[in-house]
Structure formats: structure tokens, C-alpha cells
Ligand binder design. Structure first.
Ligand code: CP3
Length: 351
């Protein structure tokens, strides 16, 4: 079987599929006992930077649940680190980037020179993963969006109000654009590297696009997402753009050169289907907290999402944001079984 025939890739091209492919955001991570066991021995960044460990963790959820895609195990913040910031993950405090970049000088000294060499461990992990997934499971590479990366780089640590990036946006917009341009070049090179190493799809996470008022979303986030997707077109590898801003932001991506739009959990999937299913494949959008529910609830909510596409191709089943670390494993197992069972029935017009 050639990689062209993988279920996920067929769904993205809207070719006939026997069932809806499924993977879940943050599928490798703390809800898995085998991940926690490995993390007893190695810290998070060591796992990211050791290709054999990153490959192992990438494959853990695929082995356990038979997902239709593996997503490279890494983090969006390896780019700011490669650009020169210090990165640390503090237990229970999330990521810290220091020093935060806020001045003209700090932004000008960031350089993309040697970026892919510094991140060569990611390319090596991709190559190792492909040896295991070949012909069975699609491998998704990823990056953060320029705006999301800028938010972390400027704030330096998790924040509620994003006051540093948002005040820069109003007081020194040209400075923020300079940083976003540097990041657009970095993300493009980084994703090209992942694709050349073997990533078959790439996803750009625009998590913090959500903090932009709708009328500024195009200028500070969508424009750069579109530039990256346009640059990648020549490599003929599908791009998934996932933005967390709900329907108002999604509408601003209607002209994106990306092939797939990620739909967050807050968005009406039926409405997204009506607006975008002709132009794009769609990914989403089960509310991650449905997985705290019992089987009847999971079954009902899976049906709600799958019924939107019915027997039609062009849908990748996913959560509408990352899985939470305390979700019971048996609920994930049940989710996967239900998506398989129900989507097969939809295809056979039994539902
Ligand atoms: O999806 C996957 O399984 C692939 C791996 C992956 C991770 N981070 C591993 C990780 C991916 C795709 C990401 C993306 C990421 N990282 C995003 C965008 C997606 C989103 O959820 O919105 C963001 C904003 C980050 C930054 C980041 N990394 C934060 C805020 C945190 C701490 C929050 C937390 O959940 O603890 C991380 C750490 C992180 N990245 C972990 C994992 C498995 C937890 C690390 C650990 O303690 O083992």
C-alpha cells in the first residue's frame, strides 16, 4: 500500500472513505500511563530533543488506540528557543521563555540563521517515526502560528490578559509585524524541514489568535498563516490550520490556501460545514470535556459531530482542542470505537 492511500490523506482530498479517520490533539501526553512512566525518567524537553524518545512517545497512542494519524511529539516553543530565548517548563507553571522579547533591539537580534540545523533533532524524530508508521498511519508535523509564538515570546510566561503583546499591537504595531515576519520565515523553514524529513500533513496551531479582536485577526494572524500555507503549496503536502477563535475568526480564514480548517469546540460544526465544506476538508470538533461524560453522552455527542458530514468524505474526527490530562483511558477507547462504528454506519446509510 502506498502512503497515498492512507485513510487520513484520502479524507483530506475528499475521496471516498470507508469510515471517518480519527486522531486527537495532544494524543501523546499525560493521560497515558506509558507516557507518565517515561516522564519519570526524562524531563519533557529531553524527550522532545532525543529523537528515539520523541519517536517512542509519538507512537504510544497510535499503538494503544490505532489512531489514523500520529502527531510528531515536540512542542511549539522549540522555535523561540532556536531563535535564542531560554526555554524552561516549570512543574505546574507551564512554559517560561526568558528574557521576554519586547524592545526593538531584542526583536532585531533574533535570527533564523541555522534554525533547521538547531532543530535537526525534530527531522530525525520524523524519519524514525516514518519507519514505524509506513503504509499504516499518517504522520502529522506541526508548528505554532507566528502570532501564538509571538505571544509566548513577548509575554515570557502564561498570562491572563496578554498585556505586553496587546499593548505592543496598539502602540508599536510595526515592531510586532517585524517579529511576526521573522516568525513566518522561521515557521516556513521549520515545516519544510519536517515535510522533507517525511511529515505527510502539517498542522499550524493558532491557539492565541483567539485573543485578537475579529477586526485585527486578519492583520496579525490570518495573513501570516496564509503566507505559510501558500509557501508550502509547492511541496504538495496538506496543511491544517487550527485557530481557537470560534466562528468569527474561522470566517476570516475562508480564503486560506490551506487544505483543512480545524474547527474548535465552541464553533457550530453544522454552520462550519455549510460555509466551508465545499472549499476545505474540516477537522473537529468534539468538546474535549465530553470525555468526562459516561458512554451514553460520548455516543450522543459523537453522533452529533458525525451526522454533519453523514456519508460525505472530507471530515477528520478530532477534539475541538487538546485532550485534558485526567481523562480516563477507557473513555478514549470508547470514543475511538464509537467514531469507527458510527461513521461506518453513516457510510452505509444505516443511520
Ligand atoms: O499533540 C500531541 O500529542 C503532540 C505534542 C504537542 C505538545 N504540545 C506536547 C506537550 C503539541 C502539538 C503541542 C502544542 C502546543 N504546545 C501548543 C498548541 C496547542 C494547544 O494546545 O493549544 C501550545 C500552546 C503549547 C505550549 C505548551 N506546552 C504549554 C502551554 C504547555 C504546558 C501546559 C500543560 O499542559 O502542561 C506545554 C507542555 C506540553 N507540551 C506537554 C506536552 C505533552 C506537557 C508536558 C509534560 O509535563 O509532560
Amino acid at each position: 500500500m502506498t502512503s497515498n492511500e492512507l485513510l487520513l490523506l484520502r479524507a483530506i482530498r475528499k475521496e471516498p472513505v470507508e469510515r471517518t479517520p480519527i486522531w486527537i490533539m495532544r494524543q501523546a501526553g499525560r493521560y497515558l500511563p506509558e507516557y507518565r512512566a517515561l516522564r519519570e525518567k526524562y524531563d519533557f524537553l529531553t524527550v522532545c530533543k532525543t529523537p528515539e524518545l520523541a519517536a517512542e512517545v509519538t507512537l504510544q497512542p497510535v499503538r494503544r488506540f490505532g489512531f489514523d494519524a500520529a502527531i510528531l511529539f515536540s512542542d511549539i516553543l522549540v522555535i523561540p528557543e532556536a531563535l535564542g530565548q531560554n526555554l524552561a517548563f516549570l512543574e505546574d507553571h507551564g512554559p517560561k521563555l526568558s528574557p521576554a522579547v519586547r524592545t526593538e533591539k531584542e526583536i532585531e537580534t533574533l535570527s533564523t540563521a541555522g534554525l533547521t540545523e538547531k532543530l535537526a533533532f525534530v527531522a530525525q524524530a520524523v524519519r524514525l517515526i516514518r519507519q514505524e508508521t509506513e503504509g499504516k498511519t499518517a504522520l502529522i508535523g506541526f508548528s505554532g502560528s507566528p502570532f501564538t509564538l509571538a505571544a509566548y515570546m513577548i509575554e515570557g510566561k502564561p498570562t491572563r490578559h496578554f498585556k505586553h503583546i496587546k499593548s505592543m499591537l496598539y502602540t508599536r504595531p510595526e515592531l510586532l509585524h517585524r517579529l511576526l515576519q521573522t516568525l513566518t520565515a522561521a515557521v516556513t523553514d521549520y515545516l519544510k524541514m519536517q515535510i522533507e524529513a517525511g511529515a505527510q500533513v502539517v498542522q499550524i496551531f493558532d491557539t492565541w489568535g483567539s485573543i485578537l479582536p475579529v477586526h485585527l485577526f486578519e492583520e496579525f494572524s490570518a495573513r501570516y498563516l496564509n503566507q505559510i500555507a501558500a509557501e508550502l503549496q509547492a511541496l504538495q503536502t496538506p496543511v491544517i490550520v487550527f485557530s481557537m477563535g470560534g466562528m468569527d475568526h474561522l470566517v476570516q480564514l475562508a480564503n486560506s490556501p490551506a487544505q483543512v480548517l480545524g474547527v474548535d469546540w465552541s464553533t457550530d460544526f453544522q454552520q462550519a460545514f455549510k460555509l466551508f465544506a465545499d472549499e476545505f476538508a474540516l477537522q473537529g470538533n468534539l468538546d474535549p470535556t465530553v470525555l468526562y461524560g459516561d458512554r451514553a453522552i460520548i455516543r450522543r455527542e459523537v453522533e452529533r459531530v458525525l451526522s454533519v458530514f453523514g456519508s460525505r468524505s472530507g471530515h477528520i474526527f478530532n477534539l475541538g482542542h487538546g485532550i485534558l490530562p485526567d481523562i480516563p483511558l477507557e473513555n478514549v477507547q470508547f470514543l475511538v470505537e464509537e467514531v469507527r462504528r458510527q461513521s461506518t454506519q453513516f457510510r452505509q446509510n444505516k443511520k
